[in-house]
Design a protein around this ligand. Structure first.
Ligand code: FAD
Length: 365
């Protein structure tokens, strides 16, 4: 256990992890600043060898969705209720603080299109048997839909939605800049020597993977692609889910995502990725809708994922803490994890074992 109060904190990384940690520090009125690498510069400045270890900014690519349900087996995700509550409270507080109520946290129920009759039976069973997931799902529906094809019916997850991450990150960064607390700066290991009395909180996502690997904290760089498109489909503000998802973002704009691949060396939009996304959603859309999709953007990035799909939070050296490994669910699990980390640093509160770096940490490999 540890408790810190008199040191200046340097948060490295201006993605979702860094922003959430900075927000926790801001609430406590402690001295801190945030460093983020200039766009596209971290790779060359930090001499990182390959794209996954460089200037990746997953938070700028992410659709920002949150969903308390895992559709594979129709169960609630890890710590769903706690994470949903902390998440909602955090983003709502940040919206108010940044003077943009209603702009960052968005409600968009998920319409899970049932892939088979057996799946529908399982969904109904979960509801009838009051399974823990039943607090997050509505009874199966057979409603006829104009633009969507769902021969086995569908189920709704009413509490799902999305966070406008670019807006959140940019707005918080503007706030930091106005207080002189933001630096466009690339971190190197030698930075610690130049700031001996500072405490670093490293939130570099995949940019920290080499350093963390030395401590047995493996960061897997899971590659993903997302399309932005315009369409006149009417989903009633619902996000369609059928293997992939189609998320409404307002003004006839939708995000279609996302692919999931390991061992990708360079993050680039691919025609395979584009086809995979389009062909996965095509079967549930009427041809009139699908044929009129207009693709306006194609983005890619690496998700920083841990060994066991739980975040890494904790201390890795005398003056360095980390928050990393937010994986595919950063929006949902990030707020509670950042709050736990800052309580650990500032108040000496024990970290939950599931997220504590101690579960894998070794001094140096
Ligand atoms: C295609 C795709 C779709 C996704 N969709 C979703 C979704 O819908 N919902 C969801 O919850 N999650 C989603 N995710 C996952 C989500 O993006 C991550 O969980 C989250 O954004 C990770 O945030 P981070 O701050 O840890 O990493 P990043 O966002 O990558 O931030 C790391 C930051 O560190 C900076 N940095 C790196 N090296 C240095 C250095 N040496 N010096 C200074 N700064 C440095 C970078 O510039 C960057 O700003 C998706 C990810 C991808 C790739």
């Amino acid at each position: 256990m540890t408790a810190e109060s008199s040191h200046k904190f340097i948060v490295v990384g201006g993605g979702l992890s860094g922003t959430l940690v900075a927000w926790e520090l801001e609430k406590r009125d402690v001295e801190y600043e945030v460093w983020d690498a200039p766009k596209g510069k971290a790779a060359q400045d930090s001499h990182e060898p390959s794209e996954p270890n460089s200037s990746n900014q997953a938070s700028r690519v992410a659709a920002g969705m949150f969903n308390p349900v895992s559709f594979k087996r129709i169960v609630e995700v890890w710590n769903a209720r706690e994470h949903m509550e902390v998440m909602r409270e955090t983003y709502l507080q940040m919206e108010l603080f940044l003077k943009m109520p209603g702009k960052i946290l968005h409600h968009s129920p998920i319409m899970r299109i049932f892939p088979s009759a057996q799946y529908k039976i399982l969904w109904k069973k979960r509801v009838q048997e009051s399974h823990a997931v039943s607090q997050f799902i509505e009874p199966a529906s057979d409603e006829n839909l104009t633009d969507v094809i769902a021969p086995h019916g569908f189920g709704i997850v009413p509490e799902a939605g999305w966070v406008d991450l670019p807006l959140l990150l940019d707005s918080f960064r503007s706030f930091l800049e106005s207080k002189g607390r933001f630096k466009e700066k690339t971190y190197h290991a030698s930075c610690k020597e130049n700031h001996p009395s500072s405490k670093f909180i490293d939130c570099r996502g995949v940019g920290a993977s080499e350093e963390l690997a030395c401590h047995n904290l493996k960061i897997q760089s899971d590659h993903g692609e997302v399309l932005t498109l315009t369409s006149n489909i009417n989903t009633k503000n619902r996000c369609l889910n059928r293997v992939k998802w189609l998320l409404p973002r307002g003004n006839n704009t939708y995000k279609l995502g996302s692919t999931y691949k390991w061992n990708v060396a360079k993050s680039l939009p691919s025609s395979e990725g584009r086809e995979e996304l389009l062909s996965s959603i095509q079967p549930v859309l009427s041809p009139e809708i699908f044929d009129r999709f207009e693709i306006t953007n194609h983005e890619t990035g690496f998700r920083p994922a841990s060994k066991d799909r739980r975040p890494y939070a904790g201390r890795i050296s005398e003056n360095t803490y980390i928050l990393n490994g937010l994986g595919t669910r950063g929006v949902l699990i990030g707020p509670a994890t950042a709050a736990h980390l800052v309580r650990y640093i500032m108040d000496g509160k024990e970290l939950p074992h599931e997220i504590n770096t101690d579960r894998y940490f070794v001094e140096q490999i």
